[in-house]
Write a protein that binds this ligand. Structure first.
Ligand code: GCO
Length: 450
C-alpha cells in the first residue's frame, strides 16, 4: 500500500517555543512567560522571551521550509497574542502576525495546520483559576470561534489541544511545567473534565464559524506500546495495556490514552478508570459526554517512543525490560521505531478516524562542524527507521494521512531550555543564524520520493 499519493509531509512547532516577542505589539502574558521568569523552573535558567525570534523572522523561516520541500506546517497560535486578557478585547497586531504568516505559507504552497492551544495559557485567565474555573470552557470556545472566524477563509485544518496529558499533568499535578501548581486528585479530574468539555465546545464553535469546510483534530500523547512478536497473544496483551488506565496512586495516572480519548471519540470514560478514580470524580452528565464527543475528523498522535509488551502465561500484558545499552536520544528517550507502526494501528482500531502523526523526532548533540555544516547522522537514522515503521502501518491498512516532524528548528524545549535540540534546522541562539542540518536535506529527498 505504502504512503498514499496526497500524504501530508510536514514539520511542527509551537508558539511559545519559537516566537519570542513575549511582550511586543500588545501581546498579553501567558503562564509560560510568568513561569520562566520565576527562578529555578528552567534547567538552564533561560526563557522564551526571544526563542527563535520567529515573530520577526517568520519570512526567513517560511523560506527555509520551502527550500526543504515541506508541504505542511503545524504551528500553534499564542492565545494571548490574539486576546491579551484571554477574552474580550482583540489585539490587531497579533491578528495580523498570523494572517501574514498564513498568506506567506500559502503563497509558498505550504498548508497550515493550526493548533489552538499548545500550553501557553493566558495569564489573566490563570489568575481566575485557569482550567479549574468552569468558565474556562466558554473562554476557550470563544477563542476558538474567533480564530476560525479570522482565518478559516485560508486555513482548513485545526487542532484543538496539544497533549492535554502534559499541560494538565505537568502543569497542575506535578507542578513541573507552567503554571506550576499541585492540585488535589479531585481537582485534577475536574480539570480533565473541563478541558474535555472545552474541546467539545470549541468544536461546535469552530464548525459554526467556519467560512469553508474545515477539518478538526485533537492531538493527545501517551506511551505507545508495541508487541514483542506478532503472535495474536502478544498483540492482544499490548492492545490491552495500551488502553488501560493506571491506578490513582500511580504518579502517571493522568497519562493514559483512554481517559483522554474515549470521551472524545467514544462518548464515554473508560470503565476501569471510572472504577479506580470513583472517589475523585467530578459530576459527569450525559449532556457533558455529548458535548465532549462532537464528531471530529482526525486523531493527531504525538509519538516519540514506546515500550515493548508480551503476553504473560495468563495472557496478561507483561512489560519487556529494555536491553542493556539500548539506543537513546540526547534527552535520554529510548529509540523505538516500532511505536510508529503499532500506535497508529491500535488507535485506528479503537477510534476509527484517520491518523496524523502530529509530532515525532529526537534531540541530538548537534554542533556546527569545522566545515560549517551540521552533521546529524543519528537523526537521519532515527527518521528513516521511524518512517519505515510508519509505512508498515499503512501496509497494515491504517489510514495514516500525514506526518509532522518535531521540529522545524531547534527551539525552547520547555524546562530543558535550549539544552535539547530537536530541529531539522540548527539555530544559533546568540546570532539567530539558521543552518539546515543534514537531516533537513535527507527529509527533503524522502518527501520527493514519497
Ligand atoms: C510536546 C510538545 C513539544 C515538545 C516535544 C519534544 O508535545 O511535548 O508538543 O512542544 O517540544 O514534544 O519534547
Amino acid at each position: 500500500m505504502a504512503f498514499q499519493k496526497d500524504f501530508v509531509w510536514g514539520v511542527s512547532t509551537s508558539a511559545y517555543q519559537i516566537e519570542g516577542a513575549w511582550n511586543e505589539d500588545g501581546k498579553g502574558l501567558s503562564v509560560w512567560d510568568v513561569f520562566t521568569h520565576e527562578p529555578k523552573h528552567i534547567k538552564d535558567n533561560s526563557t522564551g522571551d526571544v526563542a527563535c525570534d520567529h515573530y520577526h523572522r517568520f519570512r526567513e523561516d517560511v523560506k527555509l521550509m520551502k527550500e526543504m520541500g515541506i508541504r505542511a506546517y503545524r504551528l500553534s497560535i499564542c492565545w494571548s497574542r490574539i486576546f491579551p486578557n484571554g477574552v474580550d478585547e482583540i489585539n490587531e497586531k497579533g491578528v495580523k502576525f498570523y494572517s501574514d504568516l498564513f498568506d506567506l505559507l500559502l503563497e509558498n504552497g505550504i498548508e497550515p495546520y493550526v493548533t489552538l492551544f499548545h500550553w501557553d495559557y493566558p495569564y489573566e485567565l490563570q489568575k481566575k483559576g485557569g482550567w479549574l474555573n468552569d468558565d474556562s470552557i466558554q473562554w476557550f470556545a470563544d477563542y476558538a470561534a474567533k480564530v476560525v472566524e479570522l482565518y478559516s477563509d485560508r486555513v482548513k485544518n485545526f487542532i484543538t489541544f496539544n497533549e492535554p496529558q502534559c499541560f494538565v499533568g505537568l502543569g497542575y499535578y506535578t507542578g513541573l511545567d507552567a503554571p506550576g501548581l499541585k492540585v488535589s486528585r479531585k481537582e485534577i479530574l475536574q480539570i480533565c473534565h473541563n478541558v474535555l468539555k472545552a474541546h467539545g465546545a470549541a468544536v461546535i464553535a469552530m464548525r459554526a464559524n467556519a467560512k469553508q469546510p474545515i477539518k478538526i483534530g485533537y492531538a493527545p500523547t501517551g506511551s505507545s506500546l508495541y508487541p514483542k512478536t506478532e503472535s495474536p497473544e502478544d498483540i492482544a496483551a499490548t492492545r490491552k495495556a495500551f488502553f488501560a488506565c493506571p491506578p490513582l496512586n500511580n504518579g502517571n495516572f493522568l497519562w493514559s490514552i483512554s481517559w483522554w480519548c474515549d470521551p472524545v471519540f467514544l462518548g464515554r470514560y473508560p470503565e476501569d478508570g471510572l472504577e479506580m478514580y470513583k472517589e475523585c470524580l467530578p459530576e459527569i452528565t450525559e449532556e457533558d459526554m455529548k458535548l465532549i464527543s462532537q464528531p471530529i475528523d482526525f486523531y493527531g498522535q504525538n509519538v516519540y517512543n514506546g515500550k515493548e509488551v508480551m503476553a504473560g502465561e495468563d495472557g496478561e500484558p507483561v512489560f519487556v525490560p529494555r536491553k542493556p545499552g539500548f539506543p537513546k536520544t540526547a534527552i535520554q528517550w529510548p529509540v523505538t521505531p516500532e511505536a510508529l507502526r503499532w500506535g497508529p494501528r491500535f488507535l485506528y482500531e479503537r477510534y476509527g478516524v484517520p491518523i496524523y502523526i502530529t509530532e515525532n523526532g529526537m534531540s541530538c548533540h548537534d554542533t556546527v562542524s569545522l566545515d560549517g555544516k551540521v552533521h546529524d547522522p543519528n537523526r537521519i537514522d532515527f527518521l528513516h527507521r521511524y518512517l519505515l515503521e510508519l509505512e508498515k502501518a499503512t501496509d497494515d491498512g491504517v489510514p495514516v494521512d500525514g506526518y509532522f516532524h518535531w521540529s522545524l528548528m531547534d527551539n525552547f524545549e520547555w524546562i530543558c531550555g535550549y539544552a535539547d535540540r530537536f530541529g531539522l534546522v540548527y539555530v544559533d541562539f546568540e546570532t539567530q543564524e539558521r543552518i539546515l542540518k543534514d537531516s533537513a536535506y535527507w527529509y527533503k529527498e524522502w518527501i520527493e520520493a514519497h
